[in-house]
Design a protein around this ligand. Structure first.
Ligand SMILES: Nc1nc2c(c(=O)[nH]1)N[C@H]1C(S)=C(S)[C@@H](COP(=O)(O)O)O[C@H]1N2
Ligand SMILES: [Mo]
Length: 315
């Protein structure tokens, strides 16, 4: 994604999934060690008891193996296979989230306790990465609004800021020469976006607790925005009256903004956003290519949040 790394971008963006998979096969023995780590990570997966929800889409879900092996999680490395291969030492539990700032009842909450307190819903959402690929993922989680209600935001709070954990010892992308971004990874939403019923704190996918590479134990999912808004492995949530900084905007403000609403009419400076490659389907310009929908197909639910706003200027 960074503009100072054009060869990386070019590869991840133009590599058709089949070639990507073949290249993985080709890696052969070298991959075995990584696969061992990967299964070690998977061993901690636990079944969740989830309730069905009305949130689903009439499209094929992306196979679990693709959802868990083609990832962006720069704390573990820049290549799509790095998060699965290099997150085996990451310990997602026990885990607490600090919620502070402009609230009546700040607190530090144990994630496992939150998972008992709030019903875990199954929600299948489209996920559209700013790099023009997409998936359909059955998440399990609870609305961010449930947690916000618990801490009682003050009337003066206008935004919500999020922070990912910093653990260089467990996250190889956070140390030494593998540094890519400034840590911690940061994200933010307007308070009304954060309270929107579609906005989810995911604790699982496909009915099991989140794999490390997908942001264990708890990550944000905002389905009408580009994937980078979906911050992983969250340790802090802060209510504020100022628009929060988000990592990709800070890294490259020409290319990434605060809002990051999926919009086929506003191209990325280096590629079109009109279509997307659906991971797990074959073909680059063929069967795997889908038109990108305004607000990722969620316009009926969320377009009113932005009425009167210039969505080209607020990209
Ligand atoms: N902390 C953190 N969160 C992150 C990222 C990251 O590098 N670090 N990548 C983002 C991007 S660009 C995308 S597309 C999604 C990918 O989520 P997935 O790997 O679960 O599909 O996570 C987002 N959340
Ligand atoms: Mo992304």
């Amino acid at each position: 994604m960074p503009s100072y790394r054009p060869p990386k971008i070019a590869t991840s963006e133009i590599t058709p999934q089949q070639v990507y998979l073949r290249r993985r096969e080709f890696l052969g023995a070298a991959t075995l060690g990584a696969m061992a780590l990967y299964s070690a990570g998977k061993a901690s997966a636990a079944a969740l008891s989830v309730i069905e929800s009305k949130y689903t889409v009439d499209e094929k879900t992306t196979p679990l193996k693709d959802v868990t092996s083609y990832n962006n999680f720069y704390e573990f490395g820049l290549d799509k296979g790095d998060p699965a291969a290099l997150s085996g030492d990451f310990k997602p539990l026990p885990w607490t989230i600090k919620v502070d700032g402009m609230v009546n009842k700040p607190g530090t909450f144990d994630v496992e306790a939150l998972m008992k307190e709030f019903p875990i819903e199954s929600r299948t959402y489209r996920m559209r990465c700013v790099e023009a690929w997409s998936m359909v993922i059955p998440w399990d989680g609870f609305p961010l609004a449930s947690l916000l209600d618990k801490v009682e935001p003050l009337g003066s709070a206008k935004y919500v800021a999020f922070e990912t954990v910093v653990r260089p010892e467990e996250m190889p992308g956070q140390k030494g020469i593998f540094q890519s971004l400034d840590w911690p990874y940061l994200e933010g939403l307007r308070l009304d976006e954060a309270r929107h019923p579609l906005t989810l704190l995911a604790v699982g996918l496909y009915g099991e607790t989140l794999p490390n590479q997908n942001g264990a134990p708890i990550r944000l999912v905002v389905p009408w925005k580009y994937g980078f808004k979906g911050i992983k492995s969250i340790v802090r949530i802060t209510l504020t009256d100022r628009e929060p900084k988000n990592t990709w905007q800070v890294t490259n403000p020409q290319e990434y903004g605060f809002y990051a609403n999926v919009n086929p009419e506003v191209d990325h400076p280096r590629w079109s956003q009109a279509t997307e490659r659906r991971i797990g389907e074959s073909g680059f310009f063929g069967a795997g290519r889908h038109p990108t929908l305004p607000f990722n197909g969620y316009a009926d639910e969320v377009a009113s949040l932005y009425s009167g706003m210039d969505l080209k200027a607020n990209f």
